[in-house]
Structures are given as C-alpha cells and as structure tokens.
Design a protein around this ligand. Structure first.
Ligand code: ZN
Length: 246
C-alpha cells in the first residue's frame, strides 16, 4: 500500500480565526482524511515537530510526501530540505501545494526563483484540464471551477513542466500553469496551485480527486512510466557493459 506523509507548516490555523474555522485541525488533517478515504496509508508531519516531523525513518517509509507551507518557509532547516531532496532523487513522490511554490524544497528542485504574480480578491478560477488522458485528471470534467480563490498569475518562474495537466483562468484576466509534472532523479514531482488558507479549497471534491490522483501518479512503481516513456528507474540502468574498444 502506498504510504503518504502530509506535511503542513500549521501556523495560520493556530493564529487566525478565519483559517481555524475552515481547518480546525489544520490543513493537513483535511488532506490526510481525503487521502485516507482514497485508500492510502496516511500520516501527518508539521513544522514545529522535532526535525519538522521528517526524520530519516519517516521519509524512509514515505512513498509520497505532500507539502503545504506559506509564512515560515525560512524556518525549514536546510539539512531537512536536503534530506527530502535526496529522497525525491531516490524515488519518493512529492506534491507541492499552493504557496509551497516558494518552499525551499521546491525552489531547490526547480533551480529557479518560482516567483509569480498574486492577488487576494476572492476571484473565480477555472482550472482547465489540458491533458484529459493524464492519470492526474482521471474522473474530472473539462474544468474544475472554484468560486472564490486567491489569484496566481504568470509569469510563474519555473522550468517548463514535463507535462502540464491544468491551466488556470481567473476572473481578473490572468492565466497560470496550475498543475505541473516533473521528474527529478527517480522521483516524480507535481505542483498543484489551489489551496489558499482562507478559502475552503481542500473541502472541494474535485480538488480532493486531484490530490488522490496525484498521489497515485507520484508513488514509486515498478512498471513502465507512461509519463516519461522509460520503463527502467535510473538506478536500474545497467552500466556494466564493457564499452571499451578492443
Ligand atoms: Zn495563498
């Protein structure tokens, strides 16, 4: 069974009544419940736990890590970021959510600033499914509509995704690459935009469907990799042939 660790900064929920009303036990509790009901073995970890809850033992048992952070990216210790990074390269899946675009781990994996345009005006958003055949879009209609969201707009300073699954339109006119697939080493990384803490985004059923689909997609598997057309994980490529000229 796929084991998921849901990581959350867990500060806004303890400091703001608005956020606490939406997520009384934290954003991580709602995401974990969603993934648990989707059939995944799910645990949670938060910033203020020792080693941010991400010990070597925890990561060793984690197939997919989900990441929500916003106000305290700088408080995530560099050695923990490096530890997560190594696990991704070794094959652990990573889902980076919403304001996690500015997390140390996402910036380190992307190698770019990951900056973007934003505005908080409770705007309507449509996340158009631009790859309807992709496993992350499984079970969705043509688009997901959120009635009130924080806007994220281009330019989003990321490397071109290997696959773009969602492209957002906002009421104010901006567009945004909202669902981005990457491979880093043996690990699969998915960035998913929705999730501002003052809106009930993680209670939305379509959003929950995407989270479950993305975990299934990012989990390390033994079979062929439809995303990248490569059946062999990098570590299993046989480099032992004697290629010297005789
Ligand atoms: Zn936000």
């Amino acid at each position: 069974m796929t084991t998921v660790t849901v990581w959350n900064e867990f500060r806004h929920e303890r400091e703001s009544d608005v956020v606490a009303d939406l997520y009384p036990d934290g954003i991580h509790a709602v995401i974990a419940e969603t993934l648990e009901s989707a059939g995944f073995d799910t645990n949670t970890a938060t910033l203020d736990e020792p080693e941010h809850g991400l010990t070597e033992a925890v990561l060793e048992e984690t197939d997919v890590l989900t990441w929500w952070g916003h106000a305290a990216h700088d408080e995530v210790r560099d050695e923990i970021v490096d530890r997560v990074h190594e696990h991704v390269l070794d094959g652990m899946g990573l889902l980076v959510l919403h304001s996690g675009h500015y997390s140390k781990i996402f910036k380190q994996l992307m190698g770019t600033s990951c900056s973007l345009k934003w505005r908080e005006a409770a705007e309507r958003e449509r996340l158009w499914v631009v790859e309807p055949g992709h496993p992350i879009a499984d079970g969705l209609d043509e688009y997901i509509q959120l009635e009130a969201t924080e806007m994220y707009g281009e330019r989003f300073d990321i490397p071109a995704p290997d696959t773009l699954v969602f492209s957002s339109w906002f009421e104010g006119g901006e567009v945004f690459r909202s669902g981005c697939c990457y491979r880093r080493g043996n690990g699969r990384v998915f960035y998913f935009r929705p999730g501002h803490e003052t809106y009930p985004v993680y209670h939305n059923e379509d959003v929950q469907q995407v989270l479950a689909n993305a975990v299934a997609w990012a989990a390390p598997g033994d079979g062929p990799d439809p995303e990248f057309g490569n059946a062999d994980p990098i570590e299993e490529i046989d480099l032992s042939d004697d290629r010297t000229v005789h």
